[in-house]
Design a protein around this ligand. Structure first.
Ligand SMILES: C[S@@+](CC[C@H](N)C(=O)[O-])C[C@H]1O[C@@H](n2cnc3c(N)ncnc32)[C@H](O)[C@@H]1O
Length: 331
């Protein structure tokens, strides 16, 4: 596959009736994000994708923590080796885990733990049209499909995650899931079609947290639900309700808005949501986010103060996350 055919390869998405009035918008936005000049690794990634064997998974199980795309006994040894080598060459893998024809991708994050924390609280996903903003390579999108979603659109500007998704889709071939290489700011402003919108791990990367919550509001149908997961901070540390680290936070450069629980609820109500509530609070552990064979760079262990894990290496409160739900009023 060359670069141009890669760019064109969102046909399944363009066939979705719901987006038919916005095709030019999406084509332009994707072309801008996919500019080859911005992605020096793209030719290498495309050749890795091309070298993956042409096999379709017979067994796909999405309603379990280890998302299964193909069993080992569906393919021969040569294909198994090629799949293992190809997927490893696309590392680092951040969000998972996945099992792909016998290759277990033990990702940096146990993303299944977040899913377990939120699933008891959210509206049933059966038959819903869903948007996952900042979906990474799509682990939670697969879980949404496993929960019975009608269709899932994931968006994430990272081209590496796009390629990782393409590798998994090459084997799974699900027509109910598309992942576009876009940021939330690239979405049309007049597309209130989703029954559930997830934004997990994105709000604190945004400089205008209210603007982000308003964008989510604008993409939901009346009566829809937002699932907002974000870093939070105790209110006694931050009277304004929004903490902006002056330098890095847990080694991340792009952290702008860590909010208190009260401020997050206020933002949701301010954007127009009703019944805003915090349903889960969790301190991220070094068992949930860690170095693995599939993500060999530094991870949370190295981002915390070695003598005091309640602090980041920069001396800020260590990562704590909240899950918030709210409803867009029915008209
Ligand atoms: C911390 S990760 C969270 C991934 C996943 N949602 C989860 O909860 O495990 C944040 C993701 O947001 C993506 N991201 C960053 N800026 C974004 C934007 N403006 N719009 C959408 N996604 C964005 C990043 O590429 C990254 O994959």
């Amino acid at each position: 596959m060359d670069f141009n055919s890669f760019l064109m390869n969102f046909n399944n998405f363009y066939q979705q009736e719901a987006f038919s009035g916005h095709q030019d918008h999406f084509k332009n936005a994707i072309a801008k994000r996919s500019d080859p000049a911005r992605h020096g690794d793209l030719p290498n990634w495309l050749s890795i994708l091309n070298a993956l064997p042409e096999v379709s998974a017979q067994n796909i199980k999405l309603d379990r923590d280890l998302v299964l795309i193909g069993e080992r006994d569906e393919i021969n040894d040569e294909q198994a080796q090629a799949i293992h080598a190809g997927l490893l060459a696309l590392a680092p893998w951040r969000k998972g885990p996945f099992s792909v024809f016998g290759t277990e991708i033990d990702t940096e994050w146990r993303s299944d733990w977040k899913w377990q924390r939120l699933i008891p609280h959210i509206a049933n996903l059966e038959d819903r049209t869903i948007l996952d903003v900042g979906c990474g390579s799509g682990y939670h999108c697969w879980r949404m499909l496993g929960g019975g979603a009608k269709y899932v659109l994931g968006i994430d500007p990272s081209m590496r995650f796009q390629i990782q998704h393409r590798a998994l889709q090459k084997f799974a071939g699900s027509p109910k899931f598309d992942l576009l290489p876009l940021g939330i700011e690239d979405m049309p402003s007049d597309l209130p079609i989703f029954d559930t919108v997830f934004s997990m791990g994105v709000l604190y990367h945004r400089k205008d947290p209210l603007g982000h919550v308003e964008e989510l509001f604008g993409l939901l149908q009346a009566g829809g639900e937002v699932v907002l997961e974000t870093l939070i901070i105790d209110s006694d540390n931050v009277p304004s309700g929004v903490f902006t680290p002056s330098g890095r936070y847990a080694q991340m450069r792009n952290v702008w808005s860590i909010t208190t629980i009260e401020k997050t609820l206020e933002l949701l109500e301010q954007a127009g949501f009703r019944n805003a509530r915090c349903v889960d609070i969790n301190i991220t552990s070094t068992d949930e986010q860690r170095q693995t064979q599939w993500m060999s760079f530094h991870s949370l262990e190295q981002f915390l103060d070695p003598l005091d894990h309640s602090l980041t290496i920069e001396g800020h409160p260590a990562p704590k996350r909240g899950i918030f739900l709210a409803d867009k009023p029915a008209v």
